[in-house]
Ligand binder design. Structure first.
Ligand SMILES: [Zn+2]
Length: 190
C-alpha cells in the first residue's frame, strides 16, 4: 500500500473530527471517541448531519480497532487522538501475514472513500473508481453513481442475469484497487 492512502484516510478523518468540534452537538451525551480537548458549548440545535458524522467516526475507529486487535492481540492501546488511529493500526499489524495486511490495506482504502462521502466529496470517489476494472467484465468504464452509492459498469454487454448493469460497492472497489496495486508491485519485484 502506498502511504498516501493511510495518510489521506487519516487526514479526512481528522477533518471530520474537527468539523464536529467546530459544530458541536448537545447530544447524544456519550460520544465515545473524542479527544481530551474541552468541547465548545453548543449554541445552535444539533443538525442531523452531526449525528451522522459522529456515528461515522465511531464506526470507523471501532472497525479499525477490531481489525487490529484481531490481527495482533498484543497491540498497544488505541491512541487518544483520532488522527493517530491509522498509523497505530499499520504499526501494530506490519508483521502480520500478507493476506492480513492486504485486508488492512483494503479496509483503509475503503474508509478513505467513505470519509470523502461523509464530507460530501464525491470527486475523490469518482477519481478512485475510474482506473478500476469492472470485476465482472474486466474492462474500464466504471462510473460512480452518488444516488445509489455504487459504481456502475457502462459496458453495454456486461449485465447481471436480470439484464441490469453491474453495480459495485465501495468495499468491492477497494478490494479491486488493492489487488491491482499488488499485481503492479509483484511485476516490479520480478
Ligand atoms: Zn462490467
Amino acid at each position: 500500500m502506498s502511504t498516501t492512502d493511510e495518510d489521506t484516510a487519516a487526514q479526512l478523518l481528522t477533518q471530520l473530527h474537527q468539523y464536529l468540534h467546530t459544530r458541536p452537538v448537545t447530544g447524544p451525551a456519550g460520544h465515545s471517541y473524542i479527544s481530551s480537548e474541552p468541547r465548545a458549548t453548543a449554541v445552535h440545535p444539533p443538525a442531523p448531519i452531526d449525528l451522522t458524522v459522529i456515528d461515522h467516526i465511531d464506526a470507523t475507529v471501532r472497525e479499525l480497532a477490531d481489525y487490529t486487535r484481531q490481527a495482533n492481540p498484543s497491540a498497544e492501546p488505541l491512541p487518544e487522538r483520532v488522527e493517530a488511529v491509522y498509523a497505530w493500526c499499520v504499526e501494530n499489524t506490519q508483521n502480520a501475514p500478507e493476506d492480513v495486511q492486504q485486508r488492512r490495506d483494503t479496509l483503509i482504502y475503503r474508509q478513505k472513500l467513505e470519509h470523502a462521502l461523509a464530507a460530501g466529496d464525491h470527486n475523490l470517489v469518482r477519481k478512485a473508481v475510474r482506473p478500476i476494472r469492472c470485476p465482472a467484465c474486466n474492462t474500464f468504464g466504471l462510473f460512480w453513481k452518488p444516488e445509489v452509492g455504487k459504481a456502475v459498469c457502462t459496458n453495454g454487454r456486461c449485465l447481471t442475469k436480470d439484464g441490469l448493469s453491474h453495480r459495485w460497492s465501495l468495499a468491492r472497489i477497494a478490494t479491486a484497487h488493492v489487488e491491482a496495486q499488488q499485481k503492479i508491485s509483484r511485476v516490479r519485484a520480478t
